[in-house]
Every structure is written in structure tokens, then in C-alpha cells.
Write a protein that binds this ligand. Structure first.
Ligand code: ADP
Ligand code: MG
Length: 703
């Protein structure tokens, strides 16, 4: 920054939120650099550098009024000082007095105070008095030396925020830099809302909120300040999401696929069962979306096996009924072919032209196929995200179905929006906690399948001590004899060099299980680095029942549907995350018989133990997701940045959920009334939003 700007900034009249902290009193280039490392560049950043804790020191009282164990601040004249270096620990002692009495103050290891506290000076000290030799004394109090003329508000000095400090900038130094800035709040902080809105939502003014968060007069005002600032943060986030959603909806138009009774019954005839109430409700929501020219942007969530594929297929057939094409994308080839197989089952003898694109497809065959797709001679194209996004052109793409399985994918969604405007349905088997549904996915509509289709056997989950392995094996042998099938899963180890270990572990186990433990059964190995064809062969064998036991790395988690597999053993289960364990377990319990999930683990790790306990306790994916959020904290699951949102500095989407709901409603209401934020009453909000999101929302052209 140039020096003219600096001089202006030093001038009180022109301090703005954009002023660099470098030009504040007590800062300078070196400290500005330290601040930079703390994420603070401007005065605006500094105002949002919130304390991590707060101290309330009481106002000063007379020495005679002090009570044991009651926090007090006193102002006294230093009558004597003494450093007792022979003590262990060494003690620095001062006797101070006012017109009502005398008080002893001691500091352990206080040698350094010899230069600070001198005879005849006035000291302000704040702490909790204790009784020592029948007298009240202060031990290790906070203190400052004052000019006797200037003892006006000493409590202010001790009270206030404790800031997240760095080695080169203490909390106290940060506070000394922030406090003078608070005198400029009139110029620095703009109110966002009408008085009526403030009143309705029980919010204090924004200026007060900034003043009190840094220097709260009391606990109540601090709480009010926190609430206001959290509200604003959540409100701005929701407003950003609301605007993003508005823009996607209005930037392109999709082919409306109107729903008629005739189409509906034609589609339903394809399903050999009645749809569940949840499936019907989701279909109604999807059909309504697809009837509009606004592209659908909907997330379909439901546990594995809850029947999402059927719902997605309904949407696909609705799009095809309107002469448009459908792309169905899955994260892996196994899953893509799984989807294709189940689609085949439902569409047997139908006119719908469908094809599975695989990585192996090449040469002339591939060219011909792509040409047919381009000419609109294919209705449904199934493949991996990678394959379908690369170079496939459609004649008239009406619907994209993306199966995210258990990722919270946002990228695919964004990429798809570039040139065409198909309706978009994202499926996920990861139950998304309510909080995330409103934040990370705040610009998506959400449909949920909660109940599973009828005729599903119970799934019993046990956490097994590996020492009881043999008993467990005998139990499994009985099931296998009854012609049931079993999965044995070995942990994912994510780093590259560990992948081979993971495979080695599964391979060793496979040898052991097939030769020693279950020699009378057919045991096969499956892992991610096998050739595609080999994987397919083994999966088919397991599906057909020619393989009894499938030993695998976690590749099995993606889309295997074998109702006769009723046993799952997860080795070293403590090394899996909760969401992943739940996903894996979703592979069993697909048929009518009772299923068993055995988690082999021995661990003292707190978090791992609570994960295993949660698994043994519940099968409800939503509850598991909420527990996961609780065990891990929102930070790990939800990185705002990763979703193109500004980081949250004071609000927490889990703890402040109630506030989030209110702020969301408010924000979405603003978007619907003033989608360009052009009205004068929204000027301040608009400016704050631009500062937070930058151009990521394309707000610049909102002017
Ligand atoms: P998801 O995609 O959510 O994992 P699927 O759609 O693959 O679930 O359904 C899992 C199994 O349940 C499939 O075998 C499917 O045929 C069956 N299914 C789906 N809906 C119903 C229903 N309403 N009634 C009975 N079975 C159903
Ligand atoms: Mg499925």
C-alpha cells in the first residue's frame, strides 16, 4: 500500500473497514505481518477477530470492603516491596494501602516485578482475595501501575476479551490495538436491518454488538452481542446461498417434463412392487420440479437400500417421455454397471434405448456409440462421472442423475451447469445432518427417503473382541452352511504407499480364510487394483452365489446388492469412520432374513470406541450422521471454504442451529423480494456480502 493511503488512514476521519491494520496505532509493518498470519489484514478483519474468551473484572472497591473468595479490584499506594528469592518458589511481595486499610499482595516467581512495582506508586490489582495468617491477601492478581490522576475505569483494563494470540503478538497487545478502533464504530459498522426486523428477531444493534463482543459490560450484553453477530454471519451465508440458487434457476431454462396420469401409470407398470410412501412423496416433488422450465436441482437422500434407484428411474422415464435423453453417472465403474443392471431389470422388453459406457470401450465401436448418442438415438446413458463428462455430446439432454453414493459432491453439480441446462438429481446414501443440508447444500432442494421398502430383515450389529474370533467364525460357518453369504472387509488406508499394505492385509486374510478357516467354502478376493474384468467376474460370482465369502478391501462399499449376503465382518473396525461403517453395513440387510454385522476391534481410543458404540446401538442413518457430526465436530465435515462459502468466525452450524433456521428464512425472504439486492434498504447487506463472498457469487453484476 502506498504511503498516502497510510497517512490518510492514520487520520481518524477516514478510517474504514478496508484500512490496513498497518496504519493503526501500535502496529506497523512488522506487526502487520504477524496480523496477516492471523488472517487479519484490514480494520474490518480486526473487528471480526473475536475473543476466544472473556473476563469480567469488578469495578474498584475499598480495601476494607474486600471479602474472602470474592473477586475484587482495589486501588492502593505501594507502601513496601520485598523480593524473597530464598523462598521456593521465590516470592515478590507488596504491601498496599488506601484510606480504609492495608492489603498484602504476593506474586510467585515475581522477580521480574522488581522493576515494575516501586515504592510510592499507585497500583490497581484485581483478583480473588484469600486468607493468609488471618488477613486477606491477593495472590498473583492482574495488575497495572497507574498515574494517580487517571484511575477512572481500571476495571476496563482487566475486563474484556482474551484473544487467540500468536507467539509474537499477545492477547493483551491485540486488545490494546483493538480497543481504540472501537471508538470509530460509527464510521466502521453499518446496520443491516430495519428496527422492526431487529425487534422481531430479538437482535441488538450491529454497532453495539461489535462494541460488546470486544468489551462486554456484563455477561448478558456479551450474550446479546454473540447472538447478533452469529445471526449476521449465518444470515450472510444463507443470503449467498439463496442468491446462488436464484441465479442457477434463472440463468438457463430446462425442458419442462409435464406429469400426466397416463405417463405415471405407464412408468409404474415397470416396477414389480408398490412404491413406499416416501418414494411416492419424493417422486411427487421431483415431478413438480421437472414440470418447470427452471432446471431442477434436487438432492435425493436415503440410506443404502432405501430405494433411491427406483425414484431416479422414475425421473428418467419422465424425461424420456418428453423426448429428452438421460445421463446417469456413478463414481465408479462397478457402481455404474450395478446401476445399469438394475435398470435392465426394470426395463426388460421396453422400448427405452439404454447403454452402459465403460472405460474399456474403444475404437470404432466407441465412435459409433458416441455418434448415436449425439444423434439422439440413445435414451439412457450410464457411466462414470469421469467418462460421461469428458467428451460425450447429447442431442437433447433432459435429465442428469448423479449418484454420489457417500460423497458430498458439489463439484459435479457446478461443472454440469456450464452449457446445457438439464434437470439435475443428485442421489446420496450419506444421510446429511439437517445442519449441513442447510449450509453446504443450502442451494439444493432436498427429498428424503426415510423408510426402507418392506420385507427387510433386521440387522444386528456386534462389536467383537478379536480374542473371540474363533467363536465368531463358528457362528459364521453355521450361516454359510445355511447357504448364506458373507463379506469380510479390511480397512482403507488412504496414503498411497499404504494401499499396497491394505491389499496385502486383505490378501493374507483371504489365504488364511480360504485355506484354514473356511476350506469347505468358496472364498474369493476382491480389491481395487485388480483388472476391471476380473473384478466384474468376481462380483458376478458373488451375486450368483457361486462364491460364498467375499474378502475385500473397501471397494465393496460401492453399490453391491446381494440380498443373500447376510453377514459382514469388518476387521480393524476402529479405523473406519462412522459414515463409512454405516455405508458398509448397508450392504447387508437387503433380503428378508436377519443379518449380522460383526465389528472386530480392540481399541482404547475414545472417539473410536464411541463410533463402535453408536454402530452397535442404532441403524438409523440420520442419527448416525448427527452423532458423527457431534463426535468429529462440524469443522471436519463442513469446511465452508470448500463449498465456496466464507468461513464462519463466530457461529457454529451445530450449536446455533435454531438461529440458522431463522436466519435462513429471513435471507431467503430477502432474495425473493429483492433478488438483485438493488433496493436502498439492502445496500449495507449487499456491501457486506460482496466483501465476504467476493465475486464467487457473481454478485458484481448485481448492481
Ligand atoms: P438404493 O439405490 O437407495 O440403495 P435401490 O433402489 O437399489 O436402493 O433399492 C434396493 C432394493 O430394494 C432393490 O432390490 C429394489 O428392487 C428394492 N425396492 C426398491 N423399492 C422397493 C419397494 N417399494 N418395494 C419393494 N422393494 C423395493
Ligand atoms: Mg442403489
Amino acid at each position: 500500500m502506498d504511503t498516502t493511503a497510510g497517512k490518510q488512514a492514520g487520520n481518524k476521519e477516514t478510517m474504514t473497514v478496508a484500512t490496513s491494520v498497518q496504519y493503526l496505532k501500535g502496529v506497523g509493518p512488522a506487526r502487520a505481518e504477524v496480523f496477516g498470519k492471523l488472517g487479519v489484514q484490514t480494520v474490518g478483519d480486526l473487528l471480526e477477530y473475536f475473543p476466544r474468551d472473556w473476563v469480567f473484572a469488578p469495578g474498584p472497591i475499598k480495601i476494607a470492603q474486600m471479602q474472602a473468595e470474592e473477586a475484587a479490584t482495589i486501588i492502593g499506594l505501594v507502601e513496601s516491596v520485598d523480593f524473597q528469592s530464598y523462598r521456593r518458589p521465590p516470592i515478590f511481595e507488596a504491601i498496599v494501602s488506601d484510606e480504609t486499610g492495608v492489603c498484602r499482595i504476593v506474586w510467585f516467581n515475581g522477580g521480574y516485578l522488581r522493576n515494575q512495582i516501586r515504592l510510592g506508586q499507585v497500583i490497581v490489582a484485581s483478583g480473588k482475595p484469600n486468607v493468609f495468617k488471618h488477613q486477606l491477601q491477593l495472590t498473583n492478581p492482574k495488575f497495572m501501575m497507574v498515574d494517580p490522576q487517571q484511575t477512572a475505569e481500571p476495571d476496563k483494563h482487566f475486563s474484556g476479551g482474551i484473544y487467540p494470540a500468536s507467539g509474537r503478538l499477545s492477547s493483551r497487545q491485540i486488545k490494546q490495538i483493538i480497543l481504540p478502533v472501537l471508538d470509530h464504530l460509527d464510521e466502521l459498522v453499518d446496520e443491516f436491518y430495519d428496527p422492526s426486523v431487529l425487534k422481531e428477531n430479538h437482535l441488538i444493534g450491529r454497532k453495539d454488538a461489535f462494541a460488546w463482543i470486544h468489551m462486554p459490560p456484563d455477561e448478558q450484553k456479551l450474550d446479546a452481542a454473540k447472538r447478533r453477530l452469529r445471526y449476521d454471519e449465518l444470515f450472510l451465508m444463507q443470503l449467498g446461498l439463496g442468491l446462488r440458487r436464484y441465479r442457477t434457476q434463472h440463468s438457463a431454462s430446462a425442458t419442462p417434463c409435464l406429469f400426466t396420469d397416463e405417463i405415471d401409470s405407464r412408468i409404474r407398470r415397470r416396477f414389480p412392487f408398490l412404491l413406499t410412501d416416501d418414494q411416492n412423496a419424493c417422486i411427487a416433488e421431483i415431478a413438480e420440479d421437472m414440470g418447470r422450465t427452471t432446471p431442477m436441482n434436487r438432492l435425493l437422500q436415503g440410506d443404502v437400500g432405501s430405494g433411491k434407484t427406483v425414484v431416479a428411474l422414475y425421473a428418467a422415464l419422465l424425461a424420456i417421455a418428453h423426448k429428452t435423453q438421460v445421463a446417469i453417472m456413478a463414481p465408479t465403474e462397478i457402481l455404474a454397471s450395478q446401476h445399469f443392471l438394475s435398470i435392465e431389470r426394470y426395463l426388460k422388453d421396453s422400448q427405452v434405448r439404454r447403454v452402459l459406457i465403460t472405460g474399456g470401450l474403444a475404437g470404432k465401436k466407441r465412435d459409433e456409440l458416441l455418434a448415436r448418442i449425439k444423434q439422439g438415438e440413445m435414451d439412457i446413458v450410464v457411466g462414470t462421472v469421469a467418462l460421461l463428462q469428458k467428451d460425450i455430446e447429447f442431442r437433447h439432454l433432459g435429465l442428469v442423475v448423479i449418484d454420489e453414493q457417500h460423497k458430498f459432491g458439489v463439484h459435479q453439480r457446478a461443472e454440469l451447469r456450464k452449457d446445457s441446462a438439464p434437470h439435475c438429481l443428485v442421489m446420496t446414501a450419506t444421510p446429511i445432518p439437517r445442519t449441513l443440508a442447510m449450509t453446504a447444500f443450502g442451494d439444493l432442494d432436498v427429498s428424503v427417503i426415510k423408510q426402507c421398502p418392506p420385507g427387510r430383515g433386521q440387522v444386528v450389529t456386534r462389536w467383537v473382541d478379536p480374542r473371540n474370533r474363533r467363536q465368531a467364525y463358528e457362528f459364521i460357518r453355521e450361516r454359510l452352511r445355511a447357504k448364506k453369504q458373507a463379506y469380510f472387509v479390511y480397512p482403507r488406508i488412504s496414503s498411497v504407499e499404504e494401499t499396497s499394505k491394505e491389499i496385502a492385509a486383505a490378501t493374507d486374510a483371504w489365504q488364511d480364510l480360504s485355506e484354514k478357516v473356511f476350506p469347505e467354502f468358496r472364498v474369493a478376493l476382491l480389491h481395487g487394483q485388480m483388472p476391471s474384468a476380473e473384478k466384474q467376474r468376481i462380483m458376478t460370482g458373488f451375486r450368483k452365489g457361486t462364491i460364498d465369502v467375499l474378502v475385500s478391501t473397501v471397494v465393496v462399499e460401492v453399490g453391491v446388492d446381494v440380498p443373500n449376503a447376510t453377514i459382514m465382518v469388518i476387521e480393524a473396525a476402529d479405523r473406519f469412520g462412522l459414515a463409512q461403517l454405516h455405508q458398509l453395513r448397508g450392504r447387508i440387510g437387503r433380503g428378508e432374513s436377519k443379518s449380522y454385522c460383526l465389528l472386530f476391534a480392540e481399541t482404547d481410543n475414545e472417539a473410536a470406541r464411541s463410533r463402535l458404540e453408536v454402530m452397535a446401538k442404532t441403524n438409523d442413518g440420520f442419527e448416525i450422521a448427527e452423532q458423527d457430526l457431534r463426535i468429529r465436530g462440524p469443522g471436519e465435515l463442513f469446511s465452508a471454504r470448500q463449498h465456496g462459502l466464507p468461513d464462519l468466525k463466530i457461529a457454529n452450524i451445530v450449536d446455533d442451529f435454531d438461529l440458522l433456521v431463522v436466519a435462513r428464512r429471513h435471507a431467503f425472504e430477502v432474495v425473493s423480494r429483492d433478488p438483485t439486492l438493488a433496493q436502498p434498504e439492502h445496500r449495507n447487506i449487499r456491501r457486506a456480502l460482496l466483501a465476504k463472498f467476493g465475486n464467487s457469487l457473481g454478485l458484481a453484476d448485481v448492481a
